[in-house]
Design a binder for this molecule. Structure first.
Ligand SMILES: *Cc1c(COP(=O)(O)O)cnc(C)c1O
Length: 467
């Protein structure tokens, strides 16, 4: 959440739409209610509803937001189910045993989907999203390392090895839990982690290596099997046995359906844990993620807390206490509704839209594709070398005029020279919508080509947050 600052109150003597008065357009509601302190008096629900709604009209249209990975469309039935469950608190396992059971089934389904050799020994939980799931996975890695190194820790400084392209949640993990981030930089046309370089950064204080399926920067899958092989070789050479966590925020709900031959999951013995965002390609509205550990050895017992459950103890692992149950129910609904074939169809449609749109963008001639949407249904592109009249920030700004949110951003070390645009194709971003985006982009080009040079001065402000 943005860390909001206080607000100096201003009297707002403006009148609002007289219709909003509860009964009498002449007499009621002559003043706008204060917005930064509690109003003295209550108002009618219809009035409050109207005022809030009016304000929200200025929010963007979520379906035109090509910056986010998070689900912006679900079926009406899912919406009804979520509304029916909005009063259920996930932590009250005793009060809502069926919701708890649905969560358990989702974990079992994911264990199976991610090819756990022994699904019965997998432990897992729902979270508010991948960020919380990554915190939990990172804590488990750190605690396991600390136990193995009890003679040196506290004292020794733990580190976590990952690509410089990790999502911001891993920076948070390292800051909050005092772990040194060791980042593999980008190199040339390699925009994610290199297995060999990652292995070289490991030492006796490495709690684990994070592999990302797929990178938020360009939608590419990191080579998880190669990473595990490089760490196997490290073990042969040095005896260091470093576990891998797979951050599958997006890809763990794409690869199992579209890339069955890709080995990235619990089939690799070195993969200790995996997370995904139920609210990304899991196809549920925001507020749900999943974390799974191969077995209880991967999740130290002392991190697990117990809540009352039907007179007994239910183990839980979470940062939050209270949390809505609706999203978990919606995840179960979606699993049940789609099944493997349904998920395959939805993700294939997203991939088809992404690859076709990427081809269309390439065909315009002004752009160079970094990725083609054939891993995550996401692609990144930049301006061709001979384009000097405008840059990606200008494109992003101009596309906003037609309602499209396409973020532009600069790459991290060592490719700070490279700025890109990124398009995330999600369920609901149809071929028709993609075609409209392509046409809008094409129509902008003559104007952009006539510019004397790139016009965007404040690049940070020009674009939206790209994770
Ligand atoms: C989105 C994302 C996250 C954070 O997930 P939330 O569900 O938004 O908390 C972490 N890692 C990767 C790779 C992501 O794409």
């Amino acid at each position: 959440m943005p860390l909001h600052e206080g607000h100096r109150p201003v009297e707002r003597r403006l009148s609002v739409n007289p219709f909003y008065g509860p009964a009498n357009p002449l007499g009621d509601m002559t003043e706008a209610p204060p917005t930064h302190r509690l109003p003295e008096q209550p108002m009618a629900p219809a009035t409050a509803h109207q005022l809030v709604r009016d304000e929200l009209m200025l929010d963007g249209n979520a379906r035109l937001n090509l910056a986010t990975f998070v689900t912006t469309w679900m079926e009406p039935e899912a919406g009804v189910l979520m509304a029916e469950c909005r009063d259920k608190n996930m932590i009250d396992k005793d009060e809502y045993p069926r919701t708890a059971e649905l969560e358990r089934r989702c974990v079992a389904m994911l264990a199976d989907l991610w090819n756990a050799p022994d699904p019965a020994s997998v432990v897992g939980c729902s979270t508010t999203g991948s960020s919380e799931a990554c915190m939990l996975a990172g804590m488990a890695l750190k605690r396991r390392w600390a136990k193995r190194n009890a003679d040196r820790y506290p004292g020794a400084r733990p580190n976590l090895v990952m690509g410089v392209n990790v999502q911001v949640c891993w920076d948070k993990f390292c800051t909050f839990w005092e772990v040194e981030p060791r980042l593999v930089p980008m190199e040339g046309e390699r925009f994610h982690l290199d297995p060999q370089a990652a292995a070289e950064l490991c030492d006796e204080n490495t709690i684990g290596v994070v592999g990302i399926l797929g990178s938020t920067f360009d939608g590419s899958y990191e080579p998880i099997a190669e990473l595990c092989a490089a760490l196997d070789a490290l073990r042969e050479r040095t005896g260091l046995d470093i576990p891998v966590h797979v951050d599958g925020a997006s890809g763990a709900m794409v690869a199992p359906f579209l890339d069955e031959d890709l080995v990235w999951d619990f089939r690799l013995p070195r993969v200790a844990s995996i997370n995904t965002s139920g609210h990304k390609y899991g196809l549920v509205y925001p507020g749900v993620g999943w974390a799974l550990w191969r077995d209880s050895a991967a999740l130290p017992e002392e991190l697990v807390f117990r809540v009352n459950y039907l007179g007994g103890d239910m183990p839980t692992f979470a940062l939050n206490f209270s949390r809505p149950g609706a999203q978990v129910v919606a995840q179960y609904y979606t699993f049940l509704r789609l099944g493997r074939q349904g998920y395959r169809a939805v993700q294939q449609a997203a991939r088809d839209v992404a690859t076709e749109l990427a081809g269309r963008v390439e065909g315009l001639g002004d752009f160079r594709l970094l990725t083609r949407g054939d891993q995550l249904p996401v692609f990144a592109f930049t301006t061709a070398p001979d384009v000097t009249a405008y840059d990606v920030f200008d494109v992003s700004r101009r596309l906003r005029e037609s309602g499209w949110l396409v973020p532009a951003y600069t790459f991290p070390p060592h490719r700070e020279d490279l700025s890109v645009l990124r398009v995330v194709c999600r369920n609901g971003f149809s071929t028709d919508l993609a075609e409209m985006l392509a046409q809008d982009l094409e129509q902008l080009l003559p104007d952009l080509r006539r510019q004397p040079g790139p016009l965007t001065e404040d690049r940070g402000a020009a674009t939206s947050f790209h994770h």
